[in-house]
Every structure is written in structure tokens, then in C-alpha cells.
Design a protein around this ligand. Structure first.
Ligand SMILES: Nc1ncnc2c1ncn2[C@@H]1O[C@H](COP(=O)(O)OP(=O)(O)OP(=O)(O)O)[C@@H](O)[C@H]1O
Ligand SMILES: [Mg+2]
Length: 241
């Protein structure tokens, strides 16, 4: 029975002759941060896109909030940050935030408060009136992340949110993610930063088109008899080859 916020069951996804996802099973429960890790090209972004109904599946089911995807109305309850920034570069950061906040149905005081809060989380409050075309890569990532956080969605799906972000700010962002989880919301996050994987409630390791390990960081380290998630990753990848 699917009772998670996200439930992926036997998900299959092909691109032409390439079967990227062979049999992916994964659940994100309420009040949980789940990290999705795996080598570049393993299919992490594809898992996310099929979960959200942005890619059509070739088998299995993706259920979000108990409903089989794709379901357009559900998207308003999800804060999604894509791996590639989709921003209006001729507009300022503030104008981008305002546009997406309005799309999410935020108005007046709530809109202003939400923009103020999310821009502080990513430390962009002093750059909001610059055009995005003049932003650095890291600033664009931060703006994309703040857009995903707008309106306090019940579910956050973040594809490599901390690329190009400095350690101090990364720590601040993780404090916010923890606070979001403690409020009862859920997060699915992909990352290449193994120290971040350590901070999740559960880690899913995607390899060969399947989630080959899915457990709490401490349990995974015990299972692989290593002292870090980085070494879990390396050992699993080594065994796989
Ligand atoms: N739209 C597409 N058309 C064809 N092939 C695709 C498409 N999207 C992804 N792929 C292929 O699927 C595989 C998985 O890609 P995906 O982007 O999901 O990997 P990833 O794990 O997110 O990698 P990274 O860590 O580099 O972001 C790759 O071989 C990629 O070339
Ligand atoms: Mg990716």
C-alpha cells in the first residue's frame, strides 16, 4: 500500500534503446529528508522527472500524495528545483521571485513575507534588485532554490541544489531544510556532496538503473562496513563494476 509522500514502484524509463531506470523503488515518507545519490548519468534527474510526471514512464508507477502521476494540480503542492536553472534573466531576482510567488497563488503580505524569508535563506537579500543576467552561476542556483521554497510547499524536490554554494551558506541552507522537515514537510534531494548525504534521514543509492541500497546513513555505513557515505558510494560502485 502506497502511504508515502512519494512512492516509486518498479519504475522503468527508457530513452530510445537505453534503459536508464530498470526497476526503481523508493519512498519518501512524511517528515523525512531522503537523499538520492549515484554516479553522474545514473539517472537521478530522470527519477525525479518521472516521479513528478515530467517524463512518461515505461513501466511501474509514481505516486505522489497518494495519487498516480502525472497530476497537474498536485504540482502546486510541490517545490521543484531543476538541475538546470529556469529563470527569467532579463528580470531582477525580486521580479523572478514575485512572478513565481504569484504563480503559486501568494498575494500581498504573504507574498512579501515569503520572498523576504526565502531570499534570506539563500543570502540573496542584497542582490534582489540586480538583473539575473548579471548573476554568477552560484547566485542563479540560490535564486532557483529560493523559488522552490516559496509558499512553504509540503514537498520539496531539489536536484543538486547546493552546486556552486559556499560551505557556510550550504550549512545555513541545511539548517533550513532541517527546519522544514521538523515542521512535518518532506524533501527529496540529489547531491554529489557526500557530507550532505550524511545529513539526510535516508539515503538511496542509484546504480545500474536500480536503487541498490536505501537506508539511514548510519545503517548504510554499518552494512558496507565503512565510516562514511562517500566510502559506501565508492565500495558499492566498486562492487558493481
Ligand atoms: N531527455 C533525454 N533524452 C535522452 N537521454 C536522456 C534524456 N535525459 C536523460 N538521458 C540519459 O539518461 C541517463 C541519465 O541521465 P540523468 O540526467 O538522469 O543522470 P543523473 O544521475 O541526474 O546525472 P548527473 O549526476 O550528471 O546529474 C544519461 O545517460 C542521459 O544521457
Ligand atoms: Mg542530474
Amino acid at each position: 500500500m502506497a502511504d508515502g509522500i512519494i512512492d516509486l514502484e518498479h519504475l522503468v524509463k527508457k530513452f530510445g534503446k537505453q534503459t536508464v531506470l530498470k526497476d526503481v523503488n523508493l519512498a519518501v515518507m512524511p517528515q523525512q529528508i531522503v537523499g538520492l545519490i549515484g554516479p553522474s548519468g545514473a539517472g537521478k534527474s530522470t527519477v525525479i522527472k518521472t516521479a513528478l510526471g515530467m517524463e512518461v514512464t515505461d513501466g511501474g508507477t509514481a505516486t505522489v500524495f497518494g495519487q498516480v502521476m502525472p497530476k497537474r494540480p498536485l504540482l502546486s503542492r510541490i517545490g521543484y528545483m531543476a538541475q538546470t536553472d529556469a529563470l527569467y534573466e532579463s528580470l531582477t531576482g525580486r521580479e523572478n521571485l514575485k512572478f513565481f510567488a504569484q504563480m503559486k497563488g501568494l498575494k500581498k503580505a504573504a507574498l512579501r513575507e515569503s520572498i523576504d524569508h526565502v531570499s534570506h535563506v539563500v543570502d540573496l537579500q542584497d542582490d534582489l534588485d540586480k538583473r539575473v543576467s548579471g548573476y554568477s552561476g552560484g547566485m542563479m542556483r540560490r535564486l532557483s532554490l529560493s523559488i522552490a521554497l516559496l509558499g512553504s510547499p509540503e514537498l520539496l524536490v531539489l536536484d543538486e541544489p547546493t552546486v556552486g554554494i559556499d560551505p557556510a551558506l550550504r550549512r545555513q541552507i541545511w539548517q533550513e531544510l532541517d527546519a522544514i522537515r521538523d515542521e512535518g514537510r518532506s524533501i527529496l534531494i540529489t547531491t554529489h556532496v557526500m557530507e550532505e548525504a550524511e545529513l539526510t534521514d535516508k539515503v538511496a543509492l542509484l546504480l545500474g538503473g536500480k536503487v541498490i541500497a536505501f537506508d539511514e546513513p548510519a545503517a548504510l555505513k554499518a552494512q558496507y562496513q565503512v565510516d562514511s557515505i562517500e566510502n559506501v558510494f565508492l565500495k558499492a560502485e566498486g562492487e558493481f563494476k
